[in-house]
Ligand binder design. Sequence first.
Ligand code: MG
Length: 456
Amino acid sequence: MKRKYFGTNGIRGIVGDLITPSFVSKMSSAIASCMLDKGTMIVGMDSRLSSPDFKNIITTSFLSNGIEVIDIGKVPTPLLQFAVTHLKADMGIMVTASHNPPEFNGIKVIDSDGIEIDTQKQIAIEQVFEEENFHFIKQQINQQVVKMDVSPVYIEQIINLVDSDKIEKKKLSVVVDGGNGVGSLITPSLLQKLGVRVYGVNCQLDGRFPGRGVEPVPEKLDFMNKVVTSVGADYSIAHDGDADRAIFGDNKGQIHYGDRSIALFERWVLSQNNNKKFVTPISSSSVMIDVIEQEGGEIFWTPVGCIYVSRTMIENGCILGGEENGGLFYSPHQSVRDGMMAAALMAEILANSEKQLSKLLEEFPQYFQKKTKITCEENIKEDVMQEIVNNVEGVEEIITIDGVKLLFPDGWALIRPSGTESIFRIFVEAQTAEKADLLMKNGLKLVRNAINKFSK
Ligand code: MG
């Protein structure tokens, strides 16, 4: 059975279109039915205007299934994930559409280990949903909603995992752009407790996200950069709507998208620990490999998607994971991406360095990336990928865990089928812009020839 509603990160859609009160009621009844009237569920929500209503609907569905509900209010997704394991709950539901625009909402379903549920469980839920095979308790027991604030223990755990004395002595100042989302509730107070001077930008919760939009894309972070240079801050951090991601800017007001900040975390964490196992999706930059080679570490490649990074970390006992979109996973805290943990780790890195962030990031080699997409019918995608593997020349290694990744001596190309659209996405990376252009030209030719062979 193919999934109809669950995507890479839970269920998302436009409110009033896919995401309606009746849809959320039915879907949460389906999820609760899979728990068969026992256990505890933790519910939380982001700052969207529609989130409180949907949270109430979900709560009612679970109570009607005889399941205890702990409501932890407005929280970042990583805090909800922490709460599930910390309180030993059986499941968590986060009402959020992450970085999607304000008109969207959705749910992320969290398993008892704090990670989003796997595909098998998603399919089981969708089956109950489609067949309306709900399981309600016959006799109403007096289940109550318990309200709880888990943020103090969550903040305390993060503080205990970094060198708080050293951070306090360094007297850092940091600009936090909360993007009007729930990260605003935690990151500023976490950093303040570490003795950091915090300048908040867009840190008022507002479900219309009027500040700079929900997604922390570099072109929307000009104001944050200006504040950095005008107050002389050491770094800046911008979260997405549910704060599982963090994008960093340096002391010069320059944004460094995920790959480069993740490389900095990678170098720091691997140099400080005997565990040098690092996990990243195959779309990540070669800068990750450079650090692994310098630190004598081991790299684990995964398909694109945070759930694969989390599960690979747990299966192989890895210490760190990172995604180019600004997702940082640090297993001593939890093996899920966590924007607040990233904020504190960055403070620790700078507290231990004589250099400013801009200087530290300059030490990594510059790579040139290009991206494009090409239309391809769904039914020939598998054949096209096989044809590419058969025909490519001059390649050193081929990785096929998610699309086809071709590693050449001086760069790589990744050809990935989209899970939702009839297209292939093509990414290339090389040490020079000219080489990246050439890789893209050759990659496109390879894909076009393969598509032509199988198109009718
Ligand atoms: Mg997110």
